[in-house]
Design a protein around this ligand. Sequence first.
Ligand code: FAD
Length: 382
Amino acid sequence: MDLDPELLQRIRGRAAGYDRANAFFEEDLAELREAGYLRVRPLLETARDQRLLAAHAPATALAVNMHHVWLGVARVLRDRGDHSLDWVLEDAERGELFAFGISEPGNDLVLWDSATTAERVPSTPGDRAGSQGGWTFTGTKIFTSLAPAWTRLGVFGRAETPEGPRLVHGFLTREDGHDPDGVTTLDDWDTLGMRATQSRTTVLDGAFIPDERVARILPVGPNPDPFVFGIFANFLLLIGSVYAGIADRALELAVEAVQHRASRRTGRSYAQDPDFRWRIADMALALDALRPDLESLAADVDGRVDHGPDWFRHLTGAKHRATETARSLVDQAARAAGGSGYRSSAELARIQRDVLAGIFHPSDTESIHATVAANLLGPIQD
Ligand SMILES: Cc1cc2nc3c(=O)[nH]c(=O)nc-3n(C[C@H](O)[C@H](O)[C@H](O)COP(=O)(O)OP(=O)(O)OC[C@H]3O[C@@H](n4cnc5c(N)ncnc54)[C@H](O)[C@@H]3O)c2cc1C
């Protein structure tokens, strides 16, 4: 779909207000839903649109990302002949909003283990789920973007089973805007940046997911299951796209700024100053590398290209290059814009805070380097 330029301008116009008020991007979400933006599309199209959206409102784009990650996982599976998550695609077409309740405090194993407990509820008539079996989840999920609005929340937890420990992935359902039994969304989001995401803490206390909404039961530890590949591929490339969009905006703001600033020393515009010209060119040189990187990988996911063991190196690398380039470009834009960009009302000041969040999303810098080193050198010997 083409994002309507007028819609994008309205979204940009609201971003500062959401940030100042620490408010959820409710109007943006309503307009994006109305425009069909929450529907299912190929990853390449979604990645391009998310980049454009992020250039107008980083927090709105980052939060909407979480919805598109789950749609992307379901699409990866369907494209490879696994229809177990087709219901996700159908729910999304009906307007349901998916959020990503994966992160837990202090869990640097991220997807490879969970501090949340999953317990089996057998399918006996008369139990809390009627005749339906399922799993209960108890634990704390942090940074749940879209917290005020989700209607489907993907979570996972660790179960001790006779076959050994297992990770149970499933989706909670929220109806009529009320948290389901066993789920409490805290009102605790007050961060430096990405404020409109309202990525609040979600406390699970026996939250029940019926078997029909259980997506996967996997062994603890690294796993090549297509479900896991789908999460990595969609999450890392869409996160990279959001930060690439912030970098796009940083370059735009820097170009505008040097054209409006003039030197008292030379009497000329900074756009004519060799140092500032070099800086702008340097920004573009770094930025221009991101599009082919992110888009060729997204096209490979859509086209089912098999990079075998190199996939994780490519995917984590793309996230790393995009988030680090974005940080560097926003920093360079601040130098180009001068002191006016330091005012708390300046867009550059806001994206300076927003872009910092890129370093916290998985995969973090340490695990990215470990992944790439293992690809080249093999695992560390005991
Ligand atoms: C803007 C943003 C949006 C995100 N959205 C999602 C998402 O939708 N789904 C998802 O699974 N993960 C999300 N993440 C989480 C992210 O991917 C990391 O898991 C998270 O940043 C923690 O990483 P860590 O390992 O560095 O932190 P850890 O070392 O695990 O530390 C996390 C610590 O953060 C602190 N913390 C927890 N909640 C809050 C809060 N409300 N405000 C301030 N500090 C808090 C606590 O001290 C907690 O112990 C988001 C992160 C950011 C920055």
